[in-house]
Ligand binder design. Structure first.
Ligand SMILES: Nc1ncnc2c1ncn2[C@@H]1O[C@H](COP(=O)(O)OP(=O)(O)OP(=O)(O)O)[C@@H](O)[C@H]1O
Ligand SMILES: [Mg+2]
Length: 356
């Protein structure tokens, strides 16, 4: 479970891209707090989820208060950071400066949606991993489940979504949006979804200003969050259209298989039409998912995506990995499953990219 995640100092070093030998310096200066916990028969030094979040929050404040480093090469990770310490600053400060390189003080796009009219491309999986990872990195996140299947809610370990209010109650029954929000973990809130949401299209269609209702509701609580992230249903629905109106960025999840690639022109045309209709200037990112570098077809599709949609393609690629299925099964962040696997690395890279 994400909210109960703990990190060993080595795992934390991997997450913060720091040399593990320098973690004691951070501890010594009180920048990161550890405590001892008995796991099985062993007494281990661990860092709690909230301590990790506090560390990254401090990094973000540090980033926005600091002058840019004069000589970037001096401020590298690990041993280089220690070198910086000798010249001008403490080891801990040098290390913190190196972390600011990949942790944005403020996300460039606050409201984002994960989208594809095609089903099964990995939208819910990547939305869940992204919101958990962003919250681990100290951002205050609201996740919006806009799919009646409720998979984002399940991925975030909410198993009683059928008893809870959803965005249906907000948009159709005028429930104040803050009353539909629940807390999932420290720094991570959710508006869950259940089957009721499958019936929203007709009543939503009959509402005045139907496509604007969601963005007007989101605007009421936007100040309370650093990020507002929606998982959507696999259709060109009014609800998805409403989320496009509310969003600053659309992340199109494309599985690296031929049919998923074939559907991309339609998806991009739909986004284009919506932008014209609602006078939006959305940032669009295409995220290749389920990539397998041993498969020629995977390589071909990635090549085609990059040549046809070059300006929109994310530099991150999410490889196919059993760790992501395991994370879904355990309803947790992939870092909770395997810290050293490609999936943990892919999700971290993707998160850093989507925050820039
Ligand atoms: N990179 C990956 N590697 C391995 N399995 C993956 C990966 N991404 C997603 N999956 C698996 O693919 C399946 C479909 O993923 P998911 O439910 O996230 O897709 P979706 O686009 O949200 O589907 P829908 O359109 O039904 O909402 C799930 O079983 C998920 O665990
Ligand atoms: Mg889904």
């Amino acid at each position: 479970m994400f909210k109960e995640m703990v990190f060993t100092p080595n795992e934390f070093a991997l997450l913060a891209k720091l040399d593990k030998n320098f973690i004691p310096a951070l501890e010594g200066e009180g920048k990161i707090k550890t405590h001892r916990k008995r796991i099985g028969n062993v007494d281990r030094k661990i860092i709690s989820l909230e301590e990790v979040q506090n560390f990254f929050k401090m990094i973000r404040e540090f980033d926005s208060n600091q002058e840019p480093a004069k000589d970037a090469s001096e401020m590298g990770v690990g041993a280089e950071a220690a070198g910086a310490a000798v010249t001008s600053e403490s080891v801990a400060t040098g290390m913190m400066r190196s972390v600011t390189k990949f942790i944005a003080a403020n996300p460039s796009h606050k409201v984002q949606m994960f989208y594809n009219v095609k089903g099964g491309t990995g939208k819910s999986t990547l939305t869940a991993q992204f919101v958990m990872m962003a919250s681990l990195l100290g951002y205050k996140v609201l996740a919006l489940d806009l799919d009646g299947q409720g998979h984002l809610s399940v991925n975030l370990d909410i198993m009683d979504a059928h008893e809870r209010p959803t965005i249906y109650d907000v948009l159709i029954n005028d429930l104040p949006i803050d009353q539909a929000i629940m807390n999932v973990a420290p720094g991570l809130d959710l508006i869950p979804a259940n089957l009721q949401l499958c019936n929203i299209e007709i009543p939503l269609n009959n509402k005045t200003r139907r496509e604007y209702r969601l963005s007007e509701s989101i605007a009421k609580i936007a100040d309370q969050y650093d990020l507002i992230i929606a998982d959507t249903n696999p259709a060109a629905s009014i609800l998805n259209g409403s989320m496009l109106v509310a969003s600053d960025r659309v992340n199109v999840i494309c599985a690296t298989n031929p049919l998923s690639f074939h559907g991309m022109s339609l998806v991009m045309a739909t986004i284009d039409e919506m932008q014209k209709e609602f006078r939006k200037n959305l940032n669009v990112k295409i995220i290749p998912n389920m990539y397998d570098n041993r498969e020629v077809i995977s390589q071909e599709v990635l090549g085609e995506l990059r040549s046809q949609f070059d300006e929109f393609c994310a530099s991150s690629v999410v490889n196919r990995s059993a760790d992501l299925n395991e994370a879904t099964k355990r309803r947790t962040l992939v870092w909770d499953v395997n810290t050293k696997g490609t999936a943990a690395n892919d999700i971290a890279d993707l998160t850093h990219e989507l925050l820039r």
